[in-house]
Design a protein around this ligand. Structure first.
Ligand code: NAD
Length: 660
């Protein structure tokens, strides 16, 4: 069991496109009458700042455009003077983490409400943390009043963020999510936010590399920034953030770029001590190894990969390692000066980190090549099915670390299934049935019209073109068993009889065998074709079906026995209904109270074919029969109405009369 404490700060988040227009209403909601508009004065943000000024209108009482990186106290003091002069009652900041930092610094001193309109992915807007610099030293503190009251995310403001900055800012967000996953304070809620953020960043950065104005990818990334920022605000960070803090604070390296270079190396350092977190990151990114996956993502999207290119000198590495180990802080792996010196050296040189021991090889190039080999297929549906099959099978092999011997056994299994298959014995249908795939395909094709009778799988014993039979005929061919009178109606969903419906019926005998399994029988038995009358009805005599094992003397039977599953099907009668103007229905009726209808998974019907509305009474009777036929002792009555759907002209017919 995992024990945890989860705290979330009270903040309101508005997310969308064009939301900048809502900032005035949000200010009024906070009771503001005299707003101070904060920005960093950068030309790149001038237009958006103007839009915000216009949206706020006469609420703007003061404006300060001097926000700078690392929130120097002297800049904050300057802004504070203006704030007091103009009797400001609310702070509105537009920009990246630097402008947000200024708003937070002012709120920390005045407790004024803040509305932040972020234009990067730094995530500061949803944390109660403030980093400030004074006399060349950066310190951080956390307090409830530092957390902004309202955040207005407007993806339109991020469309102009240069792609290179989108990468570094996006990896900054990724770093919050990754370190949250191995933080000692993490909670299930933090994990979920972090993984969602990792996956979205992994999707969005390559998409933006392809097209920086891709609005969906921008929205994905901004949403991930919010989620990752929320993680940063909820839990303590580890080695990666400490290193970046040191490299930024002491050596003046740029914030986002430093995060981008350091993250894969910090992850590789921690990988052996946080294998679960790394496996989850790798899974979310769809890569075999988390650290190399992040490095490859950065390289693929053209981000910086070395501290050398950010201006750090080799001589600084030792000092950086010393500073990062000077004070203890929580981190999954013990921090040693040599270990960090090695990490920084690798990061300085821009080397690809080593994949974690035991991680799978990178199969993506191979899978991509196989998928691309289907590009020439002119049939788009076939191409889709084959490419996804290749991806799914490659993923299956990788996830299970499949050995050559295991794969050979799978091939031998399929070969045996082929050898045992004949015109009347279909091992592949048995395989499909016992793996539940037949029921999945059946559900996909036939479960969308709830007002009609459920369908069920065809099974391996259907034989096309059964002998036509008259109403009231006996199809048991003299076989022993409890007599059963079937009175069957076919209607549409409103209950109107469907005349002229052709209904194939087939079932097992009282020992559970179908005629095709009984070589001594002469001709088809317990199978027939009826046509409904104008009243949608037909009747026949047969015998009560019983439970039976599917053929288990082949590879499928050996598979069931290897996993402790029985091969039995619950007792049932099959129906296949074809009526002009209606969708075909393939289904089965199960004997209520029969064997294998209940029990634990693996103990019920061996092919997962039972559906509740198909379990029906085969009511016991004695005495006179409906057609006056004399019967000694008990006989059963099956009285059932099938409701079939009209053709909609679009959906493909359900099956497969040619499958047998
Ligand atoms: P930033 O705010 O310094 O912005 C970097 C540059 O990008 C600036 O020149 C800015 O004008 C420009 N810019 C911003 N948005 C733009 C856009 N949409 N289009 C074009 N240009 C744009 O950088 P940042 O990475 O957002 O923030 C870094 C700062 O935030 C650091 O000081 C860091 O310590 C702090 N931070 C704090 C926290 C926290 O929780 N306290 C969290 C993350 C970052």
């Amino acid at each position: 069991m995992r024990s945890f404490v989860h705290t979330t700060g009270p903040s309101r988040v508005i997310f969308g496109a064009g939301t900048i227009e809502q900032v005035r209403a949000e200010a009024e909601r906070l009771g503001a009458a005299r707003v101070m508009l904060l920005s960093d004065g950068s030309p790149a943000l001038r237009k958006n700042t103007e839009r915000l000024r216009e949206a706020l209108g006469d609420l703007v009482a003061a404006e300060f455009d001097g926000a700078v990186m690392h929130t120097p106290v002297e800049v904050t003091q300057q802004a504070l003077g203006l704030l007091r002069d103009r009797h400001v009652d609310c702070l509105v900041a537009i920009g990246g983490g630097s402008t947000t930092g200024l708003a937070k610094a002012l709120a920390a001193r005045t407790d004024l409400p803040q509305i932040i309109v972020p234009t990067t992915y730094a995530g500061s807007e949803v944390t109660p943390v403030l980093g400030e610099s004074a006399d060349g030293r950066k310190t951080t503190r956390s307090a409830p009043e530092i957390l902004p009251e309202t955040v207005v995310y407007d993806i339109d403001l991020t469309l102009g963020l240069p792609f290179a900055m989108s990468v570094t800012s996006g990896v900054n967000a990724l770093a919050h999510a990754v370190e949250a996953l191995y933080s000692p304070d993490a909670t299930p809620a933090v994990d979920a936010l972090a993984l969602e953020a990792v996956a979205a960043i992994g999707r969005a950065l390559p998409a933006l590399h392809h097209d920086p104005s891709d609005r969906e990818a921008r929205a994905d990334l901004l949403q991930a920034a919010w989620l990752a920022g929320t993680c940063l605000g909820a839990v303590g960070m580890g080695l990666h953030h400490k290193l970046c803090h040191t490299l930024g604070g002491t050596f003046g390296l740029p914030h986002g770029e430093t995060h981008t270079v350091v993250l894969p190396h910090a992850m590789a350092y921690n990988a052996s001590a946080a294998p679960d977190a790394m496996a989850r990151v790798a899974h979310a990114l769809g890569v075999p190894d988390a650290a190399t996956g992040v490095f490859d993502l950065v390289r693929q999207t053209g981000g910086p990969t070395s501290l050398r290119e950010l201006g750090l000198t080799e001589a600084d590495l030792d000092r950086a390692a010393e500073l990062a180990t000077a004070q203890p802080y929580p981190n999954p792996r013990e921090l040693t000066r040599t270990g960090l010196a090695d990490l920084l050296s690798e990061a300085w040189q821009g080397r690809r980190p080593q994949p974690a021991a035991g991680s799978a090889p990178d199969l993506r190039p191979l899978t991509d090549e196989v998928v691309a080999s289907f590009d020439g297929c002119a049939n788009p549906r076939l191409r889709q099915l084959l490419t996804d099959l290749a991806r799914t099978l490659h993923g299956y092999a990788a996830r299970n670390d499949l050995t050559p011997q295991e794969w050979q056994r799978a091939i031998d299994f399929l070969t045996q299934a082929g050898h045992i298959t004949t015109g009347t014995r279909q091992e592949f249908i048995l395989l499909s049935d016992t793996l539940g795939i037949s029921s999945v395909v059946d559900a996909l094709a036939n479960s969308r019209t709830p007002e009609t009778t459920s369908s069920a799988i065809l099974g391996p014993f259907y034989v096309a073109g059964p002998p036509a039979a008259e109403h009231g005929a006996d199809i048991a061919g003299g076989l022993e068993g409890t007599p059963m009178w079937a009175d069957i109606k076919v209607t549409d969903p409103e209950g109107t009889p469907v005349g002229g419906a052709v209904v194939d019926v087939w079932q097992s005998n009282e020992d559970g065998f179908y005629d095709v399994q009984l070589p001594d029988l002469d001709g088809p038995v317990l199978r027939a074709r009826f046509t409904t009358g104008e009243d949608g009805r037909f009747t026949f005599w047969s015998i009560l079906p019983s439970e039976y094992p599917i053929p288990d003397d082949g590879p499928v039977g050996r598979m069931l026995s290897a996993v402790g599953r029985h091969p039995y099907r619950a007792p049932h009668v099959h129906f296949l209904i074809n009526a002009p103007g209606h969708q075909p229905l393939i289904t089965q009726l199960f004997v209520r109270g029969g064997a294998y209808l209940d029990g634990a998974p693996g103990q019920r019907d061996a092919v997962f074919g039972v559906k509740d509305d198909l379990v029906t009474d085969f009511t016991p009777h004695t005495g006179p029969t409906p057609d006056g036929r004399p019967v000694e002792g008990e006989w059963r009555l099956l009285d059932f109405t099938f409701r079939i759907a009209p053709s909609d002209g679009e959906r493909a017919p359900t099956s497969s009369t040619e499958t047998a």
